[in-house]
Design a protein around this ligand. Structure first.
Ligand code: ZN
Length: 287
């Protein structure tokens, strides 16, 4: 993917895993293979994965560079972590750090790491294993985390309701090392880059809006998981904490961004793009 440029701000991505552990109809419990297939005409070929016969999906990190700043948005699954959810995730030994280096980013260069929410596939590379301990992967970085997420998930973990273990191995070590900034849902991360509350998928889920004189973009996290949700925004995912709230947030977001020049970069879409209003309903046009 060619980097996107907004004046002196560039956006690049690093893909960690090029597919999902869950088929779309299982990820979106209100959908069926038949209702998804109604959208084939616009979903193919850009948002489709012929190798799986399903909609495309990625676990990926967005790299935002602006003068003097290198910012990562969401950090995937990570390496060496015990993850019983998926063999693709468990004790993974992937090349993500090398792939980050290939786009010109060494860990020491990263000044800010942003988590849109604290799910297992968004916090993994926050830490890496060193001498039997989980340590921050990015030693110079401030990790910017919605405070409401931290409060909610530490409570869930304490009550035994966070099955993956990602808070213990990928978030708590950052907080204990003093590297976390637990912030409110409208926090300004950098000039022109700020959080925006988009609750529902998780209680403190945020999007990250980039506003520049040269254009606007939104890193929408897990507000949507699969491209078909642009046309069927009532379909929440199996991992949405409050599916009804997630639906309302998603519907409002799609309405307000349709037919605008705002580039939308969802965490798991195979390509970023633009929301458009077609005669038949909302669609997503690849950038
Ligand atoms: Zn996710």
């Amino acid at each position: 993917m060619i980097p996107f440029a907004f004046g002196d701000v560039t956006v690049t991505r690093v893909v960690e895993i090029p597919r999902s552990a869950y088929p779309t109809a299982s990820m979106l419990p209100d959908s069926t293979p038949e209702t998804i297939a109604r959208h084939d005409a616009w979903l193919r070929p850009h948002f489709y994965d012929e190798s799986t016969g399903d909609l495309g999906s990625r676990i990926q990190t967005w790299v935002v560079r602006m003068p003097g700043r290198t910012i990562l948005i969401d950090t995937g699954v990570g390496n060496g972590k015990t993850r019983h959810e998926s063999p693709l995730w468990n004790q993974r030994q992937g090349t993500w750090l090398d792939d980050l280096a290939a786009v010109g980013v060494r860990p020491e260069q990263v000044d800010t790491v942003v988590c849109t929410h604290l799910h297992v596939d968004h916090v993994g590379w926050n830490t890496r294993l060193e001498g039997g301990r989980w340590v921050p992967t990015f030693p110079q970085a401030r990790y910017v985390i919605p405070g409401e997420e931290w409060e909610f998930w530490t409570w869930e973990a304490a009550e035994g309701r966070e099955a993956s273990g990602c808070i213990a191995d990928s978030v708590t070590p950052i907080v204990e090392a003093g590297g976390a900034a637990l912030v409110d849902a409208r926090h300004e991360i950098a000039p022109g880059l700020r959080f925006e509350p988009t609750p529902g998928h998780t209680p403190g889920h945020v999007a990250v809006r980039l506003t520049t004189p040269a254009g606007e973009a939104v890193f929408s996290g897990d507000l949507m998981h699969r491209t078909v949700q642009v046309a069927e925004p009532q379909w929440s995912s199996r991992f949405c904490h409050d599916p009804v709230h997630a639906r309302k947030t998603r519907q409002a977001f799609i309405e307000s961004h349709a037919d605008t020049a705002t580039l939308i970069l969802p965490a798991h879409f195979p390509k970023p793009g633009y929301i458009i209003r077609a005669p038949e309903g909302f669609r997503f046009r690849p950038a």
